[in-house]
Structure formats: structure tokens, C-alpha cells
Design a binder for this molecule. Sequence first.
Ligand code: SF4
Length: 366
Amino acid sequence: MPTDAIEGVPARHWHRLDDGRIQCDVCPRYCKLQDGQRGLCFVRARRGDELVLTTWGRSSGFCVDPIEKKPLNHFLPGTPVLSFGTAGCNLTCKFCQNWDISKARAFDRLQDRAAPEAIAAAALRAGCRSVAYTYNDPVIFLEYAIDVAEACRARGVRNVAVSAGYMCAAPRVEFYRHMDAANIDLKAFTEGFYKKLCTGALQPVLDTLVYLRHETEVWLEVTTLLIPGHNDGPAEVAALSAWFSEHLGPDVPLHFTAFHPDYRMLDTPRTPARTLTRARRIALEQGLRYVYTGNVHDPAGQSTWCHGCGARLIGRDGYAITAWALSESGGHCPTCGTRVAGVLEARPGRWGQRRAPLTVGGDLPA
Ligand code: SF4
């Protein structure tokens, strides 16, 4: 591709190599690029003597979702979140559940153009308490995500990252300085799974989790999609839960969600509900306090229970809140006074399960 055909804004986190190539340092793929080449994620590209981000200001669409759909169960429950993504991804998961966006190479999916100020203003207009960088991994469009996050913070709107956590240390520090909450995909607990099904690696993801839990104020929840025959065995779930308990502690919520056949794994069956229930039980036995099931009908597995006395504190059915028993002071069990971890207020939001597409628009800076 002629280099002047690449549109984009200057990207950060790269350096020049002795052999003349440019290396992107955002994620552990460390793509090494000649002029005109794009990285594996397709959205970071070399133009002349610099690296550019080709998706600044371009989105695959905007939606208002329940925050529970990210999934975040302990961060402003019941509130609406303005959600958007761009295109591309830095992992190549064969089971991708958003492949039409994450694998988009032609930018035909990127219909909405939106400046950061316009997104922050739209979030406020729609009554959203937060904006989520989701659908595809925000790590690859971090310059745009950070510009939007700054505009949101200036207006009192919080920022939520939904990511696979596959990134390097320096961009991790920069990116998460602007985030208030994160849901990180822990796709499995073996290097083999990451290598074979995602062409990635587990250890950088574990590093991100430990970093977020111990070196930031970002509210953290974790999701593991259980795929029959690949990462759903009781021994692997027990190993994952034991690591989780030891390195992240009992208060970080863990979501086990059900796989449905998609993308390049159409022959793998849907995850049975009993597999999720078994995984939840194993994780609870390892001492985790907040373990949830997702993508199945399971009100008990989706509710928040007091780890002090066992009372149900937040009832859920899918993404809907069906009961709320937390104290008025926000976040305590009314029966025994035990505190529930999270960013919790006296009352839940009233958004419900709705998903509402939104037009943002707004002029992009010249
Ligand atoms: S962010 Fe994209 S270009 Fe950079 S190393 Fe990762 S895959 Fe390669």
C-alpha cells in the first residue's frame, strides 16, 4: 500500500530498530513494520517514519447497555453505560464472539465518526454514568480511548475498559491511569490454550491482573468464557481459582460465562449450565466471595450474596436487578453489617436490561 494512503494520527509506544524497521510496543506481539505495513491488529500502521493509529475518531457504533452486560456487577449496578468499539484486535481467538468487529480489516464497519467531546456529551445526554471501551480491545486504539476518557472525566463520566489484558507494561500504566473500572478476559489458565486458540500468551494477562489489583484504584472484575473440552475441566478451573485467590484476593468478582458456537469454532457445543454451576462452586470453595455465571438463566448464580451471613444482597436475573437489600450507607449487608466490595451507592440505577443504539456524531478536529 502506498504509504500516503494510510490515514491516521501519531501513535505512542514504538521505537526504531537498527535494521530500519519500526517496532510497536503496545502488546507482546511487538510487530516490526516496514513503511506501509500494518500490525497484526491491522489498526496500527507505519506511515513513513512514524507509527499511526488508523481508527482515531472512528467507531463501529454506539449503544447504551446495562453495566451488568460488560459484565460488571459491583460497579454502579443498574446504571446505563455508553459502549463503543472500533475495529481490529491483537488476539486471534478462534472462538471470538465479536468477530465481525474484531476481525474487520476493511473499515466498512466503522460508520460512526465521533470526536471525544461529542461522545462525552452524548453519554451525559443519555444519562450514562460511564463510557465503556469494548466490543474490540481498546488496547489497540489506546490513543483514541484516552482522549475520549479525558473528555468524559472532565464531565464527571467514568471510564470502563473491557479488555483481554494482553499488553505491555508502559502502555498499561498510561491506559489505566484514565480508567475507573475494568473487566479483563482471562480466557483460560494454560499457556497452551492461549497459544493454540489465540496465538497469544497467558503470562502478560496475569501481569495485567496483578497490576490492576495491586497498583491501581481501578475497580476490577474478571471474565472466563468456559468452552467445552478446552478450558472447562474441574482441575483447570480449580487451578485458575487458586491463583485468583492467592494473587487477586477474595473480593475481585469472577464471571464464568457460557460459550456459543461462533466464528471458527462452530463445531464446539454450547456450554451447559451445569458446567458454569460447577465452576462457580469450585471457585467459591477456593475462597472467592463473588462468583457469577453468565449467558445462562441462573438467578442464584447471578445474584450477590453476603459472604458474612449468606443473605442475598442484590438479586439479578440476566442483566436485570430484581432485588436490592444493601444498606442506605451504600455497600453493607443490612443483617450483619459486612461490607460488599465495589463501587456501590445507596440505590441501584434503573436502566434495566435494555440495549439502545445511539447516534453520537460531532465534528472531528481538522
Ligand atoms: S498493538 Fe497491534 S501493532 Fe502493536 S504490537 Fe500489538 S498487534 Fe502489533
